[in-house]
Design a protein around this ligand. Structure first.
Ligand SMILES: *Cc1c(COP(=O)(O)O)cnc(C)c1O
Length: 394
């Protein structure tokens, strides 16, 4: 290996680039997690994180990958054999469903073509047919990171209400929280699943459950086995700013800093920034003559764009060329999309020039890998960014 000069471009849709402010915040001595200094830190992050989830309810923080938060959501609220309504929007939805099945839950799965989000009408029909209320939870991935398709969570909430069904509503926001508008309380979400390494701009290693009063009530009679994930133990310790076992202390320093950064920028500005970069990226893809995987204009993800490779060209070979030539990592195709798409992450700590560099790397990579395309994608994106400066955006 020779030394690569300059910054690596980490443009996968998570983990994302960790800003220097967060790195500096983490770079401190680890303290006694049972001592008074930690209690102040614990109280602060447990209180402030709620604004990011747009909830008044408790948010629990685990030392874990996002997968742990999926598991925590299920084992705390459900009992063996319980039925779930899930929607197969893509690879991450499949993984959550597999996890549920391995826990002894029964998943009823609404399919999609992996190019559209969860269909609120299909959710309503499935719930209306369940007059015995056997379905205990509806589980939806807000931003399907394998496809770049967003599901309309507010509309799915309305569909559940129209069916007058009492199921819990669980939403995976691992690649949407702090990038795409998400409103836990307004949308009546009972369990929000999140992770540290995407919109929150932290390294991997923290996972979150936002928990409504209804979810907490369901947890009282849920009988799936749990220990590490137990909400009861976590909430009891959190009351005094502590955790039931050793927390990821240094990541929590980082979390305090990332929450401050998000609130300083303002969540609405954060969302507008992601929308703008996503729109510019789609213009670049169109100018290259390539196709965005997402087919519904109302469901384009603002945190990543999945791009279909032309027939006969392997997306992973293209990605390897970009990594080798330009030191940039793009996201791989997952599950049934392996080799067929590459994904451009444009979330987290990101700005116009980072997007320009990212798109330049893709355009130069397309030429270098002999992928048929038109030039001019970068220019199309730059023109859009220039026309729509953040100040002029509505
Ligand atoms: C990244 C991601 C996951 C998995 O998170 P891990 O930290 O890898 O366990 C789950 N769901 C979505 C939507 C994701 O983007």
């Amino acid at each position: 290996m020779t030394h690569a000069s300059g910054r690596h471009f980490l443009q996968i849709p998570g983990p994302t680039n960790v800003p220097d402010r967060v790195l500096r915040a983490i770079d401190r001595p680890t303290i006694d997690h049972r001592g008074p200094e930690f209690a102040a830190l614990g109280h602060e992050v447990l209180r402030e994180i709620r604004a990011i989830f747009k909830t008044e309810h408790p948010v629990l923080i685990y030392p874990s990958s996002g997968t742990g938060a999926w598991e925590a959501a299920l084992v705390n609220t459900l009992s063996p054999g319980d039925r779930l309504l899930m929607c197969e929007t893509g690879h991450f939805a499949v993984l959550w469903q597999q996890l549920a099945t391995r826990l002894g839950l029964e998943a009823e799965v609404l399919p999609t073509d992996w190019r559209h989000g969860a269909d609120p009408e299909a959710v309503e029909t499935a719930l209306a047919a369940d007059s015995a209320h056997a379905i205990k939870a509806v589980c939806i991935v807000h931003n399907e990171t394998s496809t770049g398709v967003e599901s309309r969570i507010g509309e799915i909430r309305k569909a559940i209400d129209r069916a007058q069904h009492p199921a819990l509503f669980m939403v995976d926001t691992i690649s949407s929280l702090a990038s795409i508008d998400y409103r836990m309380d307004e949308w009546g979400v009972d369990v929000t699943v999140a992770g540290s390494q995407k919109g929150l701009m932290l390294p991997p290693g923290l996972a979150f459950n936002g928990v409504s009063a209804k979810a907490l009530a369901a947890s009282r009679s849920a009988s799936l086995p749990k220990n590490y994930w137990s909400w009861d133990d976590m909430l009891a310790a959190n009351k005094s700013g502590f955790f039931p076992y050793t927390p990821a202390t240094n990541l929590i320093y980082g979390l305090r800093e990332s929450i401050r950064m998000l609130l300083e920028e303002g969540l609405d500005n954060v969302f507008a920034r992601h929308d703008r970069h996503a729109a510019a990226t789609r213009l670049a893809v169109g100018a290259w003559g390539l196709e965005v995987l997402c087919l519904n204009p109302d469901e384009h993800s603002s945190s990543l764009t999945a791009v279909l490779m032309p027939e006969g060209h392997d997306a992973d070979r293209f990605r390897a060329v970009v990594l080798e030539a330009f030191d940039m990592s793009l996201g791989t195709g997952l599950g049934r999309l392996a080799g067929k798409v590459f994904r451009i992450g444009h979330l987290g700590s990101f700005n116009d020039l980072m997007l320009a560099g990212t798109l330049a790397g893709v355009e130069m990579g397309l030429a270098r890998a002999d992928v048929p395309h038109e030039p001019g994608g970068v220019q199309a994106a730059l023109d859009y960014l220039a026309d729509r400066s953040p100040e002029s955006a509505d």
